[in-house]
Design a protein around this ligand. Structure first.
Ligand code: FAD
Ligand code: DHB
Length: 390
């Protein structure tokens, strides 16, 4: 097989890149190790920045998003028994939209297949070869048969555990990382959300987040230990802990219902530089991870491939190499802004084990500063809704 851009991974980054390339008349093939059913039902992020919504709408993917996505103009911070609204739209003129990542993935898969695009699901043993030549080859197995995809470029969009990043020779990439002494336990519940806006809560028992997916479905998260076993969290224990961390203001209670899905996500900050080597371009979680507190992961993945789509268009359309040459440097500006914001939100809102009293006082003071200073709240808000220029 032959294509212009071989894309590894059918997450938001790989699918969106394939969609953008198609709109520029550039051919691509997406290789995905999981099934279509699996990637369309993997429950992950839910917050789209204004820029991500604009990108989806501008490229013909806005129809269901505009019908089912929920536009939010503020978020709530709950701490020390009080609740404070950060009026995102009043402070920035922009908003966020709550729309599940798996819905974005479904919309992208439908758009690609309707346009005759090729996504090969259930492939095994993907290997990248000849990345430092003009004609790289992606080798893989499908239905037990060995196959080859010849291309001009490879886009590594295969997430943190993918093979692309590891295909770069030793010594080329520099890694920057931080791990956190906690994880998130996330649930999806058949319970009408008791909120119109997301609640980020800091308590002495740890962090909790109240989010939603629809008028019938709630999405909630709890800070837990990094080595926590989900088997130790029967539904009743989850609800009791959510109540203890969220029902901290008088007269407010959450709605409970059957838990449809639950899982534990580790937290890490991770960046690899540069985001390119020879004919391999890396995007999304394959090159950077943020802790989810800032709701940035999926948005960064989409922002990377928006740059990459334009860069390939300039190369194929006009023979211009400058955007491809600058891809890593340009993308890393946004990546590092999101790294800082995600680290900052995480540090402000989570309980540290054996937390020293000084650290806890700083967290309270920082939250109170956000709650009382328009300047500081604006800084949070503009990062949260996404900065147009970084
Ligand atoms: P991915 O979505 O990871 O897509 C990569 C794709 O590549 C996958 O489909 C994978 O199956 C495929 N792949 C991997 N290896 C190979 C291979 N060798 N060959 C072929 N295909 C391969 N962000 C938030 O903002 N909020 C959240 O609540 C949140 N929750 C998360 C929960 C989990 C468990 C995880 C892992 C991430 C979460 N994130 C969250 C982050 C967010 O979902 C990611 O940033 C986003 O998915 C990045 O998109 P991507 O396309 O770069 O990578
Ligand atoms: C959701 C996830 C996040 O990480 C976040 O910061 C806000 C919302 C969500 O899944 O809805």
């Amino acid at each position: 097989m032959r294509t212009q851009v071989g894309i590894v991974g059918a997450g938001p980054a790989g699918l969106m890149l394939s969609h953008l390339l198609h709109r520029h008349g550039i051919d691509s093939v997406v290789l995905e190790c999981r099934s279509r059913e699996y990637v369309e039902h993997r429950v992950r992020a839910g917050v789209l920045e204004q820029g991500s919504v604009d990108l989806l709408c501008r490229t013909g993917l806005g129809e269901r998003l505009q019908r089912e996505g929920m536009r939010h103009e503020g978020i709530e911070l709950r701490f020390d028994g009080e609740s404070h609204r950060v009026p995102l739209t009043e402070l920035t003129g922009r908003a966020i939209t709550v729309y599940g990542q798996q819905e974005v993935v479904k919309d992208l898969i439908t758009a690609r297949l309707d346009a005759g695009g090729q996504i090969l699901f259930d492939v095994d043993d993907v290997r990248l070869d000849g990345l430092d030549t003009d004609s790289p080859v992606i080798r893989f197995r499908r239905d037990g048969r060995e196959e080859e995809l010849h291309c001009d470029f490879v886009a590594g969009c295969d997430g943190f555990h993918g093979v692309s990043r590891g295909s770069v020779p030793d010594g080329v990439l520099t890694t920057y990382e931080r791990t956190y002494p906690f994880a998130w336990l996330g649930i999806l519940a058949a319970a009408p959300p008791a909120v119109d806006e997301l609640i980020y809560a800091r308590t002495e028992r740890g962090f909790a987040l109240y989010s939603l997916r629809s008028p019938e479905i709630s999405r909630l998260y709890l800070q837990v230990a990094p080595d926590e076993d989900i088997a130790d969290w029967p539904d009743e224990r989850i609800w009791a802990e959510l109540r203890a961390r969220l029902e901290t203001v008088p007269g407010w209670s959450l709605n409970e219902g059957p838990i449809l899905e639950k899982g534990i996500t580790p937290m890490r900050s991770f960046v690899v530089e540069p985001m390119q080597w020879e004919r391999l371009y890396l995007a999304g979680d394959a090159v950077h991870i943020v802790p989810p507190t800032g709701a940035k992961g999926m948005n960064l993945a989409l922002a990377d491939v928006a740059l990459l789509g334009d860069a390939f268009a300039a190369w194929y359309g006009e023979g211009r190499t400058n955007l491809l040459a600058n891809y890593s440097r340009t993308a890393l500006r946004r990546v590092w802004r999101a790294q800082h914001f995600s680290w900052w939100m995480t540090s402000m809102l989570h309980r540290l084990d054996g937390e020293d009293a000084y650290e806890a006082k700083l967290q309270s003071s920082t939250l109170r500063y956000v709650a009382t200073s328009r300047a500081y709240a604006t800084s949070l808000a503009e990062n949260y809704v996404g900065l147009p220029e970084v």
